[in-house]
Write a protein that binds this ligand. Structure first.
Ligand code: SF4
Length: 210
C-alpha cells in the first residue's frame, strides 16, 4: 500500500470520528490503568459495569489496598480472570505507593514493571493518558492492519513497528483508536462489513464481503 492510500484511509476514519477515544470509563490515570488491566480478554462494557461499582468505593492505590484482595475480587468477579487480575492490581498498588508516590508513571519501563501490565497495556496508558503516539496492537488492530494492507505483519510487534513507521504523523496520535473501533464495528473478525465500510475502495483485502 502506498502513502497516499494510507493517508486517505486515515482522512476518512478521522472524518467519521474526529475525536476518538477508548470506550473504557475513567477519570484519572489510575482508573484508566485499572480498567485497562481488567480489560484483558474482557469486553469494555463488562469492565465499565464492574468499575462503576468499584471506583466510587476505591479509585486510588491506597483505597484498593484498604479494600484488600478479597474485597477487590468481590467487586470484579463478573470479569474473566478476576482472581489473577485482582492479585496483580493489589501488587501494582503497593508498587505505585512505594516507588511512584501513588502516581501512574509515564515511562514505558516503569509501567511494564507493574504486574499485569504488558507492552499493549503500557501503550494504551501512554497514548490515552500521556498523549504519546504509541500503538497498542490488539486483535482488532492486528486484523485490520493485515486485511487492509496498511501495515501487514506476522505478529503484533511487527505490526506495531510498521504502523509507527508508516502512518503519516498527523494521524499517529489517534490512529490506535480509529483502527480498534474500525475492527470492532466494521472490519469484524468473522464477517467484515465491507458493504458499509468507508475505506472499501482503498482496502486491499482480497476476500471482501458484501
Ligand atoms: S473493506 Fe472489508 S476488509 Fe477492508 S477494511 Fe473494510 S470491512 Fe475490512
Amino acid at each position: 500500500m502506498n502513502r497516499e492510500k494510507r493517508t486517505q484511509i486515515f482522512e476518512r476514519l478521522r472524518a467519521e470520528n474526529p475525536n476518538p477515544t477508548t470506550e473504557l470509563h475513567f477519570e484519572t490515570a489510575f482508573e484508566l490503568l485499572v480498567a485497562v488491566v481488567l480489560s484483558a480478554q474482557a469486553t469494555d462494557k463488562g469492565v465499565n459495569k464492574a468499575t462503576a461499582k468499584l471506583y466510587p468505593v476505591a479509585n486510588t492505590p491506597e483505597k484498593i489496598l484498604a479494600l484488600g484482595e478479597d474485597g477487590l475480587k468481590e467487586k470484579i468477579r463478573t470479569i474473566g480472570l478476576f482472581n489473577s487480575k485482582a492479585a496483580n492490581i493489589i501488587k501494582s498498588c503497593a508498587i505505585l505507593i512505594d516507588q511512584h508516590d501513588s502516581q501512574v508513571p509515564s515511562e514505558r519501563k516503569a509501567l511494564e514493571a507493574l504486574p499485569g501490565v504488558g507492552r499493549k497495556t503500557a501503550n494504551v496508558i501512554l497514548n490515552t493518558w500521556f498523549k504519546q503516539p504509541t500503538m497498542a496492537v490488539d486483535t482488532h488492530i492486528f486484523r485490520v492492519s493485515n486485511r487492509t494492507g496498511i501495515a501487514p505483519g506476522k505478529n503484533v510487534v511487527e505490526v506495531e513497528k510498521r504502523l509507527l513507521r508508516l502512518i503519516p504523523e498527523e494521524f499517529l496520535m489517534d490512529a490506535h483508536h480509529w483502527l480498534i473501533l474500525h475492527g470492532r464495528y466494521t472490519c469484524i473478525a468473522r464477517k467484515p462489513r465491507c458493504g458499509s465500510c468507508v475505506i472499501e475502495d482503498l482496502c486491499e483485502f482480497k476476500k471482501k464481503q458484501s
